[in-house]
Design a protein around this ligand. Structure first.
Ligand SMILES: [Zn+2]
Length: 214
C-alpha cells in the first residue's frame, strides 16, 4: 500500500487531518461547525472515503453528520464515546493544573450550548483494527482516559494521531482534561513506549514522540 501524507486542517484552535496517499483518504476528526466548508473542500480534493472520530467532543465531531451525509461516506468511532453524541456532558471531565482548569471551564461552557447533530456511527472502531480496506495503511489504537472511547490512528507505523489523549495547546503534555485519570496516564505511557513517531494532536502543532509524563 502507498505511503500516506498527513494534511493538517486548522479549525481555529482545533485540528482535523486528512490522511491520504493520492488514491484514498480518510478524514480524522471534523472540526467545529464554523469550518465545515473548508474541511469539506479538502475532503473532496483528497478522495476521502471515511471519517474517523478520535472521540466524541463537539470540537472534533460537530461536522461528522453533515460531512458524512453530504459526501455519502461512513463515520467510524469507538462505541464507548457514543453517549457523547447525545450530550458532551455524559462523561464528566476533570483537570488538575491551573491551565487545565481554565480550559475545563471554557469547555464546560461550550458543552452546555453546543449540541451535536444526531448521527449513528456506521462503523465501531476497536483497538488494533486496520483501515486497509479504505486504502490507507493505518491501525486504530485505544487511548482511553480523556474520554472512555478515545482512539488514536497509527499511520504507516510512523505517524500517530492522538486526538486529545495528549495535547499541545500551550506545550506538549498529557491531556489536561480527563474523564479517567489513571486510564489517561496509562494511554500516555503506552504512546511513549512506541518509540520514534510524529505525534499529531487535536490541539496544537505536531511534535516527535517522547516519554509523556505529567
Ligand atoms: Zn476532547
Amino acid at each position: 500500500m502507498k505511503v500516506s501524507e498527513i494534511h493538517r486542517i486548522k479549525c481555529g484552535n482545533v485540528n482535523c487531518y486528512i490522511v491520504e496517499n493520492g488514491t484514498n483518504g480518510i478524514l480524522v476528526d471534523t472540526g467545529k461547525k464554523e469550518f465545515i466548508n473548508q474541511v469539506m473542500e479538502q475532503c473532496k480534493y483528497y478522495h476521502v472515503k471515511l471519517i474517523v472520530l478520535t472521540h466524541g467532543h463537539f470540537d472534533h465531531a460537530e461536522n461528522a453528520a453533515r460531512i458524512s451525509n453530504a459526501l455519502g461516506i461512513p463515520v467510524g468511532m469507538n462505541e464507548k464515546d457514543c453517549n457523547l453524541i447525545r450530550s458532551n456532558t455524559e462523561q464528566m471531565l476533570s483537570a488538575e493544573s491551573l491551565l487545565g482548569k481554565l480550559v475545563l471551564s471554557a469547555s464546560l461552557k461550550e458543552f452546555s450550548i453546543r449540541t451535536l447533530e444526531e448521527f449513528k456511527p456506521d462503523i465501531l472502531l476497536n483497538d488494533g483494527e486496520s483501515l486497509s480496506s479504505y486504502g490507507i495503511n493505518a491501525k486504530i489504537m485505544a487511548l482511553p482516559g480523556h474520554t472512555d472511547g478515545s482512539i488514536g490512528i497509527d499511520v504507516d507505523g510512523a505517524f500517530l494521531m492522538v486526538g486529545d489523549a495528549l495535547m499541545n495547546m500551550f506545550y506538549p503534555t498529557v491531556s489536561m482534561l480527563f474523564h479517567n485519570k489513571n486510564d489517561m496516564l496509562e494511554s500516555a505511557g503506552k504512546i511513549g513506549r512506541m518509540g520514534n513517531k510524529i505525534i499529531y494532536f487535536g490541539h496544537g502543532r505536531p511534535v516527535s514522540n517522547r516519554q509523556w509524563i505529567k
